[in-house]
Design a protein around this ligand. Structure first.
Ligand SMILES: [Zn+2]
Length: 259
């Protein structure tokens, strides 16, 4: 990932697998780090709400297809909302924790490399600074200064080589709460009519609310990903319609036998 300095023959005892691993770490960390940026948190929230909507419009209409009464639909929808939101939160908790542990491990590897072969690490830092546009002489000078201070050297290597921000605190709990809320906010929409009415009226209201929400969320997803608002809105609507139609049909077919 770095071009070697002309006067430095080799970085010596560094194992060959390290470059690839470090490069992977850069890709991983930059992807996950970007999710913490404001706009991407909003995108994650919209995607979570889209998941919640799709899951619960299928569940609500599937149960409603069996015509068991508004109380049963309400119960199933609430259970689906909670089950999905908890599942999303738990998944987020596990994955963010795993990412943090991985980052910690990479930092420890870097720390021991700095202790074991400070010269090679200093040359490496020079290369990384040159790649980022510093002229050779300046890169060497800066690298010498930074390398004289272990804490600063570790910080520089971790940032430049691994793409990890070592000051970033683990936000697993915050991420879990955010995905719980975003899933629940989408899941509650097709359920709303069943708190007020039942029967065909509630089914029609669920479909209308679900369709409008799918269009809006799909459009928002398209705006975030830059892949065309109309296209993503239509795709989200199609997904919701197909999923809901299938589960409604299954509910209608199985309902009389199980009830
Ligand atoms: Zn290094």
């Amino acid at each position: 990932m770095t071009e070697p300095e002309p006067e430095s023959p080799s970085t010596g005892p560094e194992p060959p697998g390290l470059k690839g691993r470090a490069a992977n770490a850069v890709g991983r960390r930059q992807r996950s780090r970007h999710r913490d940026v404001g706009g991407n948190a909003a995108r994650a929230a919209v995607l979570g709400a889209g998941d919640g909507l799709l899951t619960n419009i299928s569940l609500v209409l599937g149960v409603a297809g069996a015509n068991p009464g508004a109380g049963a639909v309400r119960l199933a929808g609430l259970a689906g909302l909670l089950a999905g939101a908890f599942s999303m939160a738990a998944g987020e908790l596990v994955s963010v924790r795993a990412q943090d542990e991985l980052a910690q491990r990479e930092i420890e590897v870097e720390r021991s490399e700095l202790e074991e072969d400070p010269k090679a690490e200093r040359r490496e830092l020079t290369s990384m600074l040159r790649v980022r546009g510093l002229p050779a002489e300046e890169a060497r000078t800066v690298s010498h200064i930074i390398s004289a201070y272990p804490a600063a050297a570790l910080d520089a290597h971790v940032r430049l080589e691994l793409g990890i921000d070592p000051t970033r605190s683990g936000s697993a709990r915050q991420a879990a709460v955010a995905s719980f809320i975003s899933f629940a906010s989408g899941a509650v929409l097709p359920l709303l009519p069943w708190f007020f009415i039942g029967g065909t009226g509630a089914i029609v209201a669920s479909i209308i609310i679900g369709a409008v929400a799918a269009l809006l969320l799909g459009g928002a997803i398209g705006a975030f990903t830059g892949r065309g608002i109309v296209r993503t809105a239509r795709r989200q609507l199609t997904a919701a319609v197909v999923a809901a139609a299938v589960t409604f049909g299954v509910g209608r077919l199985l309902g009389p036998q199980t009830g």
